[in-house]
Design a binder for this molecule. Structure first.
Ligand SMILES: *Cc1c(COP(=O)(O)O)cnc(C)c1O
Length: 397
């Protein structure tokens, strides 16, 4: 056993611990007693500090207590049911199942319906939780297509159809699932959902989109990427998270009622893991209500997004190919990205560096994400700091 701990000792990187936040996470947050501009969180709509969510939590906890339980035992609370119904309606989907995270939702979405003799076709840059979900399913035949490359995807589908001609041991045809992130979180680019839908129709394969960074952001009033492309009901499995724009915790799957019923009866992440707490669920019900009422927060998010992208571009920063609020400031070199971030921190701007293995080597960056809680002055404060450090480190001329 000494050997085991010695090995770990060699692998654990000294001093590599996340910064500790001592305040609420709004437009600003406090670290080491100092107020910093919050310039990289995924609380897109500022709901983390929203008064209505806080009030909803307090009232619900006073009335219903704290915890719930296992959904299939005594843990299905009427708030869970309300949340699922509201989310389904919001997403214009037939039905919805809520789990305790986007990671859990991906695992449930894939591993419940895909077995080792089925086939998965996956974008090469898909999120780690999709990769893990595919592994969990035990599927043997996997195809990875080039990022966003519809032609390569079609070739992989054709190959998959060949493989699928051999029936499974139970005599049934293997299922083929095409799975992609909706918004890719490092570059802010979008999956070619319309083309994926066309290919799925042409070849008769199942489709899944993980819209973690699109929920609350894309589409009318934040209804997500499928709404953005007006393709309601045409993606078989839509996964979302409740921990990014919704600022709470949880994940969900929407789709046809029979699919969601099947998940509720069979998904191991649902059957063998506890449900969201009363506080989480009450806050999330309120969050969906806010989004249903109007699109003010979503509009503000996009106003801020346009402003920041334009300002960075005018200064001469390379902000990559993003078409979403995710705004990478491309720096390429890892050490430069780390130094840039450290210097921003001294200017009281909190924006973490993104380096390998989160992105490929040589593609280091700082990923800025504006939110609806930033005022124009807040954004200017951050942009000024970027300009100062950009010149200091000769990223800008
Ligand atoms: C963040 C993220 C997840 C994980 O969601 P959690 O709710 O944090 O578990 C899943 N997929 C994608 C694409 C994500 O960006």
């Amino acid at each position: 056993m000494d050997d085991f701990y010695k090995q770990l000792e060699e692998m654990v990187i000294k001093g590599k611990t996340p910064k500790v936040v001592e305040s609420a996470e709004g437009a600003y947050l406090t670290i080491d007693g100092v107020k910093k501009l919050n310039f990289c969180s995924s609380h897109y709509l500022g709901l983390s500090v929203n008064d209505r969510l806080k009030k909803a939590i307090k009232e619900a906890v006073d009335r219903y207590g704290v915890g719930t339980g296992y959904r299939t035992l005594a843990g299905t609370h009427k708030l869970h049911v309300e949340l699922e119904e509201r989310l389904a309606r919001f997403k214009k989907a037939e039905s919805c199942i809520v789990l305790t995270g986007g990671y859990m939702a991906n695992c449930a979405a894939i591993a419940t319906i895909i077995g080792k003799e089925d086939i998965v076709i996956s974008d090469e840059l898909n999120h780690a939780s999709i990769i893990d979900a595919v592994r969990l399913s035990g599927v043997k035949t996997k195809f990875i297509y080039k990022h966003l490359d519809v032609k390569d995807l079609e070739e992989k589908i054709i190959e998959a159809k060949e493989v699928a001609k051999t029936p499974k041991t139970d005599g049934k045809a293997p299922r083929i699932l095409v799975v992609t992130d909706g918004v890719f979180s490092m570059d802010g680019d979008l999956a070619p959902v319309p083309q994926i839908v066309s290919l799925a129709k042409k070849y008769g394969v199942l489709t899944m989109v993980d819209d973690a960074h699109g929920e609350g952001v894309l589409g009318k009033g934040g209804r997500g990427i499928v709404d953005h492309f007006n393709l309601h009901g045409q993606i078989d499995i839509e996964v979302g998270t409740l921990s990014k724009a919704f600022s709470v915790l949880g994940g969900f799957i929407t789709g046809k009622k029979v699919l969601i019923d099947f998940y509720k009866q069979n998904a191991r992440q649902f059957l063998f893991s506890n449900a969201l707490t009363i506080a989480d669920t009450a806050a999330l019900v309120e969050a969906v209500k806010i989004l249903e009422e109007d699109d003010l927060l979503v509009k503000k998010l996009w106003d801020n997004t346009r402003y920041i992208k334009e300002s960075f571009k005018n200064l001469g920063f390379d902000t990559g190919i993003s078409v979403t609020p995710i705004t990478p400031v491309m720096l390429s070199d890892e050490d430069l990205a780390r130094e840039f971030s450290a210097k921003l921190f001294e200017e009281n701007v909190f924006a973490t560096p993104i380096v390998f293995p989160m992105v490929a080597k040589g593609k280091a960056r700082i990923r800025v994400i504006p939110s609806a809680s930033h005022s124009k002055e807040d954004l200017d404060f951050g942009i000024k700091a970027f300009e100062k450090i950009g010149r200091q480190l000769k990223v800008l001329k």
